[in-house]
Design a protein around this ligand. Structure first.
Ligand SMILES: Nc1ncnc2c1ncn2[C@@H]1O[C@H](COP(=O)(O)OP(=O)(O)OP(=O)(O)O)[C@@H](O)[C@H]1O
Length: 327
């Protein structure tokens, strides 16, 4: 087996970030594209050192005319590598990116659960991270969206999604696949600039590279990395503040102590309110919802919000904000 600098890098990343321990069961999500092929080859080569049990999962969204052939291709690859293979096929063609993604994570979770894996591993790269950051920036997400893909994310109890290639660019995975003659399945939809994601990849990033910074992908991925640690820190601080300020009243009534919230910085006030809204609303709260609730921290007595989706109303009474979330 040829040991490359990329092998060494990923080995170090897994160890220092404690992404996986020894002897664990890892389900690797393989689309057949260059990133996931690079991923499976690296993990397979590192396996003797770590004693992992690897499996390959493929999800057929039935989106493209060649999707069945793509699934076959990945199956044959798994067979030739001697790795257990799991296939999930959508009941009906999933023709939007968001639908396909939702279904894919459900399908991967189902395979993981049924076959006793602890981890789902994907081939997201630093390039994906840079693109996601730009995409989210333009849509107006706060710092949380800009951390853009994290190394680990719990999907369910005892099920972790892990992305070991977040410091590797797409150019590197391409080179690696070439060097080892890995059989890449080219996804025709990746070229289609009808999708916002592809326009960022095909047009925006090359423009930024040519005109601003040739290493813009790594620079953006690093920004995401810094933000991730800051977001984690702020979320923890906000949680402590929320616990200190909250009293769970009777009948689905939440009471927030304004005195405690008033002396906190605005960044934490907003995060507390977002956490509270996450509890109450069925959909993720937006900027306006959070601002409305945050404004009550310093508003005159008896101020109140108009109803949030679902009907909850927040109201100031002296030192307290009352939120009745079943009204
Ligand atoms: N059809 C598939 N079957 C199995 N795994 C897949 C499939 N498509 C993507 N993946 C996994 O997800 C990773 C990211 O793929 P891609 O960037 O195409 O998806 P995405 O829709 O942008 O994903 P996300 O929403 O998670 O960012 C791949 O490296 C691979 O590990």
């Amino acid at each position: 087996m040829v040991w490359t600098p990329l092998h060494a890098q990923i080995h170090r990343t897994i160890r220092s970030r404690r992404l996986f321990e020894r002897d664990q069961h890892l389900l690797v999500a393989v689309s057949g594209g260059q990133d996931s092929l690079c991923l499976i080859k690296l993990l397979l080569d590192l396996q003797p050192k770590w004693g992992w049990h690897l499996g390959i999962a493929h999800c057929d969204h039935r989106w493209r005319t060649d999707s069945e052939a793509n699934a076959h291709h990945v199956k044959n690859l798994a067979l030739s590598l001697g790795i257990p293979f799991y296939l999930q096929t959508a009941n009906e063609p999933l023709n939007s990116e968001a639908k396909a993604r939702n279904w894919r994570y459900q399908a991967l979770s189902a395979i993981t659960l049924a076959n006793n894996y602890q981890y789902i591993v994907t081939g997201h790269t630093a390039s994906d991270r840079a693109e996601t950051l730009l995409y989210n920036l333009m849509r107006g997400t706060g710092a949380d969206g800009l951390q853009a893909l994290t190394w680990q994310r719990p999907l369910k109890a005892d099920m972790m999604l892990v992305r070991p290639l977040l410091e590797v660019t797409r150019q590197q995975t391409q080179q690696f696949c070439q060097d080892f003659h890995l059989p890449i399945w080219e996804d025709s939809t990746n070229q289609d600039v009808k999708y916002a994601r592809n326009r960022i990849r095909q047009e925006l990033i090359p423009y930024l590279q040519a005109n601003f910074n040739p290493n813009v992908e790594s620079a953006l991925a690093q920004t995401a990395e810094l933000l991730q640690a800051e977001v984690e820190y702020l979320e923890q601080a906000a949680q402590q503040l929320r616990e200190a300020a909250t009293e769970q009243g009777e009948n689905d009534l939440i009471r927030l102590n304004r005195r405690i919230l008033q002396i906190a910085p605005l960044a934490l006030q907003r995060r507390v309110m977002r956490q509270v809204l996450l509890q109450i609303l069925t959909d993720a709260p937006n900027f306006e919802h959070i601002e409305k609730l945050t404004a009550l921290i310093n508003a005159p007595n008896r101020s109140q919000t108009d109803p949030f989706p679902g009907g909850a109303i927040a109201q100031v009474q002296e030192n307290w904000i009352y939120i009745n979330h079943k009204s």
